[in-house]
Ligand binder design. Structure first.
Ligand code: ADP
Ligand code: MG
Length: 334
């Protein structure tokens, strides 16, 4: 005869409790990198959870891979790290040809593609003037200084050949801040997919990507109100798409009633003021990122005209008056 002792019942209850620990769950992690905040939120199936002993989300292998990739890109592309590939190019390319990695070259070629597509509104040599601003300290170059660096701006000052990069003007500087975060997001999404993650949100400052859905519903991504950091201007239900917002409220200071911020018009070396927020949706983060900065500089008419011409991209613009403008594919039919 089989007997069910109290111990046996207790043991099977414990076993049941242990196996039910293998539930699916959302995992969230946040950290600072690339001068901004990284956020990762992902859905783990029971077999994708780590052994349960380590509750720290950052130590999950998929999150760790994203963390390390962002750090690697920061070391490669930061203008503030003296040994970064970007800093070495800026320090030496006016004197000699500087050898670069294939990855760096690809980013330069992509930047050139956008430079041409936007008639020079997207121009990584904006940094020739950009490095003279200090948003934290609230300082900017005077007109005479800007005039003296004007000849250094223009991507045709940058030559890329088999032996490396050269600058034809001693005052030329480049900065990939308008495209690097979108690229980093694409790298992160590829990594998450390699871990068989099906549902995730990745945010890096104003750039994000939503993979799959959230509990069977589209992700809800908010566009910040440009003049109230606690308010959301619009919420977009989205999945499997990159979203990038460029705003004049990210890095700025006020001077004589004017907002001096981090998106510069390369033709003047001054902050662009015809829009206050631009959100672009695209399949790839790199395109959403470059295009949000581009449209911000191009202004509402030329910017929307370009977005409407491009395949598979949408945009939402907020004007200084507070009007919201949409690309044709998003606008409600009249
Ligand atoms: P954020 O970095 O605030 O998320 P953006 O995607 O709009 O926002 O990128 C702004 C960054 O783009 C600036 O900090 C600067 O590094 C770079 N940038 C500014 N003006 C230009 C420009 N005209 N062309 C290309 N890059 C630019
Ligand atoms: Mg951008």
């Amino acid at each position: 005869m089989r007997t069910f002792t109290l111990e046996k019942v207790a043991l099977s209850l414990l076993l049941l409790l242990y196996t039910s620990c293998g539930y699916a769950q959302w995992l969230q992690a946040e950290w600072d990198v690339m001068g901004t905040r990284a956020t990762v939120e992902l859905w783990l199936e029971p077999h994708q959870r780590s052994n349960g002993k380590d509750d720290n989300a950052i130590n999950h292998p998929a999150v760790r891979a994203v963390h390390d990739e962002f750090e690697r890109l920061n070391q490669l592309l930061s203008p503030w790290i003296a040994g970064s590939e970007l800093a070495l190019v800026n320090a030496n390319a006016a004197q000699k040809s500087v050898a670069i990695s294939t990855e760096f070259e690809n980013l330069l070629q992509r930047s050139r593609w956008y430079f041409e597509k936007t008639n020079g509104a997207f121009d990584i040599t904006f940094a020739s003037a950009g490095h003279l601003y200090n948003y934290r300290e609230g300082t900017q170059p005077d007109d005479a200084t800007l005039e003296s660096v004007a000849p250094a701006i223009g991507l045709n000052r940058v030559r890329v050949s088999a032996s490396g990069v050269t600058f034809s003007d001693a005052a030329t500087r480049i900065d990939l801040g308008g495209i690097a975060k979108g690229y980093a997001i694409d790298q992160a999404i590829a990594l998450l997919k390699s871990f068989s993650i099906k549902h995730a949100y990745i945010g890096l400052g104003g750039d994000s990507y939503v993979l799959g859905d959230r509990n069977g519903r589209p992700w809800q991504v908010g566009i910040r109100h440009p003049r109230d950091d606690k308010a959301v201007a619009l919420t977009l239900p989205v999945s499997d798409i990159a979203i990038s917002t460029s705003g004049d409220y990210e890095r700025y200071f006020m001077r004589d009633g004017e907002r001096v911020h981090h998106i510069l018009n390369p033709s003047t070396g001054r902050s662009s003021s015809s829009l206050v927020s631009v959100t672009v949706l695209a399949e790839k983060g790199i395109d959403a990122d470059a295009l949000s900065t581009s449209v911000f500089v191009m202004g509402p008419e030329k910017g929307l005209e370009m977005i409407n011409r491009l395949e598979g991209v949408s945009a939402i613009l907020i004007t200084p008056e507070g009007d919201v403008l949409y690309s044709d594919d998003l606008a409600a039919p009249n």
